[in-house]
Design a protein around this ligand. Structure first.
Ligand code: ARG
Length: 553
């Protein structure tokens, strides 16, 4: 469809690469081009030529000039019908493509810290990272997810010192206890900065491979990873790898040497630093010889480039690490690792809680656990109150509540651009008539139940004789945009483009549903086909966002 219009535009305008987009508002047609503005030729002349194009005449019903040089195209009913047939035929594959074939993307996401609670910030990274992962996969990229666990660094010296000091046994250690030890250390060290020497000495031991230190450290990792895995299961997330910072111990000497050889390292008060033209220097090796977060991130790039040779490495990490990633990327460039390779930091903003007991400024201090269970319990209440809910067993209700509750949280996050700060609003999360996961899930379930109720399973219709009302035409216009929305969301690292789209599609469908009879109505086959295609797109869209659609709700 698009190809035919593009070809006609090329001939009519003389431009080699005319632009052709979906207009924001469907009142302005199914496609729009600014070629008249770009080429400087009168829109009137271009349209006259377009109208003589035979192939184009077969698919468009109307070509219109709008505003200062826009040309809008309205597909014919027959063309829209044919598009719907294509969407149905593609089924679950509608939206996927081979755009990324042969290309690899590494996504560094989630990445919580060992011996600390999994905070709201890591929830954001997990949810956004997973959506980006799915988006790129849908586009045919080879995608590798890596959970860059924070399992190395001076903070482990702190913990080892504290554990040794307190005489705590392995079996006494819980995540809460470890956090307590950590906080307690910082309090004590404020009064007695010498304590830091002890902590550093412990980390040094760890870096030197001391077996007692390693033993305790291993325990800390195990306790934490067990807890993280429980959370991932709850969220329905699986990350391909979790190498973690400690994995790169062996790669660090190589990175440090490479930088030294290139003359990029400077001594500074016993430490070694890397300087940049337009950024503050980064610490490579501390004065006590310990490596840093920066060094480990460089070693990580060395490893990833060697293992996967990715076209893109995406870091989904809080905005507060912007400077860190600028330095890492700048150093990678100096080392020649960024040639033909994109290194991107997708920084997310904060989540703020403004209601009731969860009102703290920094989201990270809110317990993730509380948020997840509040969401599931709110979803449970909705289901309890619904007609369908009454017909479900307790176990089914629980499953639906989880899909709806967790889905609502993920969707709320994803419906904002990653860089924005979010004010958590329980009402909005569960708006049954708004831009929320429950609304979309509900619409998809509604589409399914119409299909189940129909005695007629025949979805064949004759697109040549198709008469469409405005609502039907709108739904099809919506359906055909799906593939381009996925591309745009991936390229701009903005899952919110997909949430907006799905919300719009659900609204269009419900508009149609509320005004026209599907079962036993006119055009029953066509309307069932439209319903089926919409349900499928909603479900695959939600799936890409990492959100399940329950069978009933
Ligand atoms: N563990 C870090 C933190 O919680 C995030 C790590 C992000 N990834 C990276 N390659 N630095 O702050």
């Amino acid at each position: 469809m698009k190809d035919v219009i593009l070809k006609a535009l090329r001939i009519a305008s003389g431009e080699q690469t005319p632009n052709l987009e979906f207009p924001e508002n469907e009142d302005f047609g199914d496609f729009t081009s600014n070629v008249a503005m770009v080429s400087g030729k009168p829109a009137k002349d271009i349209v006259e030529k377009l109208k003589k194009d035979k192939d184009l005449a077969e698919i468009v019903a109307k070509i219109e000039i709008a505003g200062p040089g826009f040309i809008n195209f309205y597909l014919s009913e027959e063309a829209l019908g044919a598009e719907l047939e294509k969407v149905l035929k593609a089924g679950k594959n509608h939206g996927s493509s081979s755009l990324g074939e042969g290309k690899t993307v590494v996504i560094d996401y989630s990445s919580p810290n060992i011996a600390k609670r999994f905070g709201i910030g890591h929830l954001r990274s997990t949810v956004i990272g997973q959506a980006l992962y799915n988006l790129y996969q849908t586009l045919g990229f080879k995608v590798i997810g890596d959970n860059h666990l924070g399992d190395w660094g001076t903070q482990f010296g702190v913990l080892l010192a504290q554990i040794e000091d307190s005489g705590l046994k392995t079996q006494d250690l819980t995540l809460d206890k470890l956090e307590e030890l950590y906080v307690d250390f910082h309090k004590k060290a404020e009064a007695d900065p010498k304590l830091w020497d002890g902590a550093r000495a412990w980390f040094k031991k760890l870096e030197e491979g001391d077996s007692a230190a390693k033993e305790i450290w291993k325990n800390l990792v195990e306790i934490s990873v067990t807890e993280f895995n429980r959370i991932y299961k709850l969220l329905g997330v699986k990350i391909d790898y979790a190498y973690g910072e400690s994995f790169y111990e062996d790669y660090m000497p190589k990175v440090i040497n490479l930088l030294r050889e290139k003359g990029l390292v400077k001594k500074s008060q016993g430490a070694e630093i890397v300087e940049f033209k337009d950024l503050p220097p980064a610490m490579l090796v501390k004065s006590d010889g310990a490596t840093t977060y920066f060094t480990r991130d460089l070693a990580t790039i060395l490893f990833r480039v060697g293992s996967w040779d990715p076209e893109i490495i995406i870091y989904e990490v809080g905005m507060e690490q912007t400077l860190h990633f600028r330095q890492v990327f700048a150093a990678a460039k100096l080392l020649g690792w960024a040639k033909d390779r994109e290194l991107v930091h997708i920084g997310h903003g904060l989540i703020r809680f403004e209601h009731g007991k969860m009102s703290t400024r920094r989201g990270d201090t809110v317990k993730l656990e509380d948020v997840l269970s509040e969401a599931t319990s709110r979803a449970g209440k909705i289901i309890e109150a619904s007609e369908t809910g009454r017909g479900l067993s307790d176990k089914e209700k629980e499953e639906v509540a989880e899909a709806v509750g967790i889905g609502a949280i993920k969707y709320f996050d994803l419906s904002h651009h990653p860089a924005t700060d979010i004010i958590f609003d329980w009402e909005k999360l569960f708006l049954l008539e708004g831009n929320s996961a429950p609304y979309l899930q509900y619409t998809a379930v509604r589409a399914d139940s119409v299909l189940k109720k129909a005695k007629n399973a025949d979805l064949d219709f004759n697109s040549k004789e198709l008469k469409l009302n405005k609502e039907e035409a709108r739904v099809i216009s919506g359906l055909i945009r799906f593939p381009e929305v996925i591309i745009a969301a991936a390229k701009n690292y903005s899952p919110n483009l997909l949430t907006n789209y799905l919300f719009g599609l659900a609204q269009k469908f419900n508009n149609f549903y509320n005004q026209h009879r599907i079962i036993d109505g006119e055009n029953e086959n066509f309307r069932l086909a439209l319903t089926k295609a919409t349900g499928e797109v909603l479900k695959s869209g939600l799936g890409i966002l990492g959100i399940e659609t329950p069978e009933r709700m």
